[in-house]
Write a protein that binds this ligand. Structure first.
Ligand code: URA
Length: 233
């Protein structure tokens, strides 16, 4: 098992800063595997039992969050004008420095994953993986049967031809579900426009087999469960 400095272990796994860790060491508040830590550069590993002021701090480098993105937020980590989704991460998880996996438009709501694991991001976003994304949309005109065929047959959108997509018309034909396996800029809106309808409301409800947790109100996030994370392996 690879060794690392105690201050690296703790700054990755908790919100303690390096300065605070130095102070905690000085005041004998950190115990590693039963022994009082005397220096922040003492070597530990992922399985070390570390307590700070008596509280166990398990090692954790990566975090995976499900956010119900509200409208009005950019899928970014910083912006000069608009609020960004990472501002919605609870204070105690801010030190993980997550970023959004892919993006939803500013006016789109729903399922957005946030992580600090670059490999997870890469695997999910890779066009070769063709991870399906499912959206609920409200249109300004009823969807028609012919539209289903147009979505399925791969639409020419000028700069690219969209892969075959699924359009499901609900009982109210202005309300539809759309499933795409790519994530091109404004793709759902552009596909709907191509069949003569404007999207009035758009919400992502699933990525692959992962469904948006309906108990999360817009703006709320929670960690993915182990089972949910395994859906992507
Ligand atoms: N397609 C869109 O047009 N917008 C989104 O936010 C996501 C998919």
């Amino acid at each position: 098992m690879a060794k690392m400095r105690l201050d690296k272990f703790l700054s990755e796994s908790s919100s303690y800063s390096r300065r605070e860790i130095r102070l905690l060491v000085k005041t004998n508040r950190i115990i590693a595997d039963g022994k009082c830590v005397k220096s922040p550069d003492e070597k530990v590993d992922e399985n070390s039992v570390i307590t700070v002021k008596g509280v166990l701090i398990p090692y954790r480098k990566y975090i995976y969050l499900m956010l119900n993105k509200p409208q009005g937020y950019l899928s970014a980590t910083e912006d000069d004008h608009d609020p960004v989704v990472t501002e919605l991460v609870p204070e105690e998880l801010q030190h993980y420095k997550v970023f959004p996996v892919g993006r939803l438009d500013k006016d789109t709501e729903g399922l957005l994953l946030l992580t600090n694991d670059g490999q997870f991001d890469h695997a999910l976003m890779s066009p070769r993986k063709e991870v399906k994304k499912r959206y609920f949309a409200i249109l300004d005109a009823p969807a028609e049967k012919e539209d289903v065929e147009k979505f399925a047959s791969g639409m020419d959108l000028g700069d690219f031809t969209a892969k075959s997509a699924v359009l499901e018309i609900t009982e109210d034909p202005r309300k539809v579900f759309i499933e795409i396996s790519e994530g091109k800029f404004h793709q759902v809106k552009r596909m709907c426009e191509k069949v003569g309808k404007n999207v009035l409301f758009l919400k992502r409800v699933a990525i692959g087999k992962l469904l948006l947790d309906n108990t999360l109100s817009p703006g709320q996030c929670r960690e993915l469960t182990k089972e949910e994370l395994e859906l992507f392996s």
